[in-house]
Design a protein around this ligand. Structure first.
Ligand code: SR1
Ligand code: MG
Length: 390
């Protein structure tokens, strides 16, 4: 394949590309190539050679979700950089990137085939590893500690804000997380008919909610607090007994720390709601426990900054103030994420796979929770404040 001009791969050309780049050079077995992507955005090929395998990810011009919508293919380059940065912050927290190709807008990375995607694992009932919450809480705390102004080198940080600026992908979130769900601008919002009146009254006519979502959007657009993944849901996490790996980092940028914290809590609440309505008590208990662990570990470890001599007491107090605000932001972004995953276009299996009557119930329970979290987010400033919504 001519590798000087961009062309979209198919299964065969993906395998040719991998061979052309020198992967599996010593192997005699034939390559097997399969497109395995089921996300909204990209094309994912697993190329195997006997027991060995790797992943080739390519960004297309259009998203898979809506063919009319083009997003810069450079997102693949940003994603590769974000994964490399994430692995610097917490080694092993994301799959290894072996190669990025700026002509083909693709990258080659470690295949996590022995891991399960978290959302499906939770819908299947497990396996449930108790280390999950502790590990995610630790990664979130390290991202904050190492890349926010509380500890990072302020000059390096500003260059990184510039390096990771991600206009097109942030615009998707600004629209799909903050605008569409509460204004229904494109008319694509959907809930079960029994919930339409509730949505009209409490969301489209919910003046306080709209104002608060607007503030959260403004903060999302203007705060470069720390390096964040930007789309940290259970479909962006691999898990097995060895631990957690974060992937799909194309939305990464320097944004509000609470956006990542709130997103993962939102998706655990979505998983919990599914488990509750399908009488899977083990999963209900597990999700509750993990949310508590994430918030507790994040709060504790994020507060453990190295402080400058002579400014100890001052910096400790300042950081505590900072963390209380991050928790309130987390509650707000948890709320916006829940609302958009129930009402907006990017729906999730946790709700959609339920039978209609239960889906109706789930939508209502979740929307009520989401609205409360957005409007009353200032009441959530400590990990234990979240007990009421868990
Ligand atoms: C067009 S992309 C829709 C959603 O999928 C991604 O994972 C993001 O969550 C985005 O909002
Ligand atoms: Mg994604």
């Amino acid at each position: 394949m001519d590798s000087k001009t961009y062309k979209m791969f198919d299964q065969e050309s993906a395998a040719d590309y991998i061979l052309g780049k020198g992967f599996f050079a010593d192997s005699r077995e034939p390559l097997v190539s399969r497109e395995i992507g089921d996300g909204n955005m990209n094309y994912i090929y697993r190329i195997s050679c006997g027991e060995k395998s790797l992943i080739l990810k390519q960004a297309g011009e259009a998203t898979r979700l809506s063919s009319g919508k083009n997003i810069s293919r450079k997102r693949n380059q940003r994603e590769a950089r974000a994964m490399i940065r994430q692995n610097e912050i917490v080694p092993g927290s994301t799959p290894k990137v072996y190669l990025y190709d700026e002509v083909m807008d693709c990258m080659v990375m470690e295949d996590m085939k022995d891991y399960a995607v978290m959302r499906q694992a939770l819908l299947d009932g497990g396996p449930l590893w108790d280390s999950f919450g502790v590990q995610i809480g630790h990664i979130l705390a390290e991202n904050y500690r190492q890349t926010s102004d509380v500890q990072a080198d302020h000059i390096r940080k500003k260059y990184e804000v510039k390096e990771f600026i991600n206009p097109e992908l942030c615009e998707i979130s600004e629209r799909l997380v903050f605008d569409e769900p509460i204004f229904n601008l494109s008319g694509s919002n959907r809930v079960e008919p029994e919930n339409n009146a509730y949505v009209e009254e409490n969301i489209y006519a919910g003046e306080e909610l709209k104002k608060e979502v607007g503030k959260l959007k403004f903060q999302f657009m203007t705060s470069s607090q720390s390096f964040i993944h930007g789309d940290l849901h259970t479909g962006s996490l691999f898990i097995n007994e060895e631990g957690v790996k974060i992937f799909d980092s194309e939305f990464a940028f320097y944004g509000p720390t609470g956006y990542d914290v709130g997103n993962i809590v939102a998706h655990l609440l979505l998983a919990k709601t599914n488990a509750l309505l399908t009488d899977r008590n083990e999963v209900v208990d597990w999700t509750e426990k993990q949310i508590r662990s994430i918030l507790r570990i994040f709060t504790k470890e994020a507060a453990g900054q190295k402080r400058k001599p002579g400014k100890d007491a001052f910096e400790k107090e300042l950081n505590q103030w900072y963390i209380r605000n991050i928790l309130a932001d987390s509650a707000g972004y948890c709320g916006t994420e829940i609302i958009r995953r129930v009402l907006g276009v990017a729906k999730v299996k946790d709700v959609q796979s339920l039978e209609r009557r239960k889906r109706c119930q789930a939508e209502r329970m979740l929307l009520e929770k989401g609205i409360d979290l957005v409007i009353n987010r200032k009441n959530y400033t400590e990990a234990s404040d979240f007990d009421s919504i868990i």
